[in-house]
Design a protein around this ligand. Structure first.
Ligand code: PMP
Ligand code: GLN
Length: 412
């Protein structure tokens, strides 16, 4: 595993504590054994201190729909400022249920099969802590989103991975089969995939369902980028035959509506799985931002044209940045989903993307995220030279970043 920054908290790390397991799983341990900060925080801090364009941490530089902001403001003005019901306000649970039906033909019962959470992050945590015991295995693809490693660590479970392979970053289905065992309790999917930008094929999803059924594992599917796909339709794993009864589906308002700071997410699935996750959620946050919940319900009811437009706008941004990255001399992997694009830095003679990411803000005034930090050791070797850029930024910002990156080859 690539070293993380020694920066961050100087809290001592006690061996064999859940904290240490979580820190190790999330790559939060600095080389000196102290707890560090996430790669997102490290790179955003670096971008701010150097004045670099921040294409590292994925957050849009423009707000989402005005009617949602107005709805949140009105909710605050009208006094929706005390605890919401633990499972979320009825209006938002109904909106989530309608959304699942409208886009995917799934029909969760808003009373028993939907829970509102504090972002997708809490939905993931509540699900894993509900389903997993020490000694169980949790299977994810690799690279994997950073909070997965941390929560698997906190749950005391063992994190097993199956690789996503270049150039399409789909899973190697044989390796996936080998990664399953009778100890596999949860398969934690992420589709579309952060950081690799892939949208899983029906074949890959069907294999996951087949193996989860064979080993009686629960599928937890993080679909926060469900509406950010380019020319391919997002297929929730819960829609595949035999999947719904063992699947918790997770999403969030952060990505679809460009309100990452509101931290409103949700999970849906069979009543008994949802009840278990809800029980844990009660003791994580109890309930989630009351005035934002009604505003997100407004967003989920927006017409199809809104959803088509966000994907179309992002695809255009993807293409602008891809062109700039190609011109800068990187090998570019075009993503089918999310707002992340990955490049291979090897054509520029670079073999260590972690080192480059730390130097990039000073070299050219752009920040990015190295892919190896989303991996265990073997995966980190495989992705050693890969760097992730976020393209959820204004067009002119992307153009400026591209022109700065064009100077990189002369500055190395
Ligand atoms: N899952 C993935 C794959 C993500 O990329 C992110 C966040 N950016 C999250 C979960 C967390 O979502 P939220 O901000 O709603 O907690
Ligand atoms: N999901 C965002 C990303 O991948 C970051 C969220 C965070 O900082 N935790 O960039």
């Amino acid at each position: 595993m690539a070293d993380m920054s020694p920066a961050g908290s100087s809290a001592p790390v006690h061996t064999s504590t859940p904290w240490q397991r979580a820190a190790t799983g999330a790559n939060l341990l600095a080389p000196d054994g102290k707890l560090g900060v996430t790669i997102f925080e490290e790179m955003t801090t670096l971008a701010m201190s150097t004045g670099a364009i921040n294409l590292g941490q994925g957050f849009p530089d423009e707000d989402g729909p005005a009617e949602m902001k107005a709805a949140a403001q009105a909710a605050i003005a009208e006094g929706a400022n005390q605890y919401a019901p633990g499972k979320g306000i009825p209006q938002l649970r109904e909106a989530v249920a309608h959304h699942q039906e409208r886009f995917y033909g799934l029909a969760p019962d808003p009373l028993t099969e939907v829970v509102i959470t504090t972002g997708a992050t809490e939905a993931i945590a509540a699900s894993l802590l509900a389903f997993v015991q020490p000694g169980d295995e949790v299977l994810t693809f690799e690279p994997f989103y950073d909070s997965y490693g941390a929560i698997i660590g906190l749950a005391g479970a063992t994190h097993v991975t199956a690789p996503l392979l270049a150039p399409d970053f789909q899973p190697d289905l044989d390796a996936l089969e080998r990664a399953f065992s009778h100890r596999t309790r949860v398969v934690l999917l992420n589709n579309p995939h952060n950081p690799m930008g892939s949208v899983l094929t029906r074949e890959a999803l069907a294999k996951v369902v087949e193996l989860a059924t064979k080993y009686d594992a629960i599928i937890v599917s993080d679909e926060v980028y469900e509406h950010l796909t380019f020319g391919v339709a997002h297929l929730p794993v819960a829609t595949l035959p035999g999947a719904a009864e063992r699947t918790i589906t997770i999403s969030s308002a952060g990505k679809t509506f460009s309100f990452t700071g509101w931290k409103i997410g949700w999970l849906s699935g069979p009543a008994e799985l949802v009840a278990a996750a809800r029980t844990v959620k009660q003791f994580l946050s109890y309930s989630s931002g009351t005035p934002f919940q009604s505003a997100v319900a407004v967003g989920l009811a927006l017409p199809d044209s809104f959803y088509a437009e966000i994907a179309g706008t992002l695809q255009h941004k993807r293409d602008i940045l891809a062109e700039g990255l190609r011109a800068a001399g990187f090998g570019v992997y075009i993503p089918s989903g999310t707002y992340f694009i990955n490049v291979d830095t090897a054509p520029l003679g670079i073999s260590d993307a972690v080192d480059l990411a730390r130097r990039l803000p000073d070299l050219v005034g752009v920040a990015a995220i190295p892919v190896p930090v989303f991996c265990h050791q073997e995966g980190a070797e495989r992705t050693r030279s890969l760097l992730r850029f976020a393209f959820c930024k204004k067009t002119e910002v992307l153009q400026e970043a591209a022109s700065r990156l064009a100077t990189l080859k002369d500055r190395l």
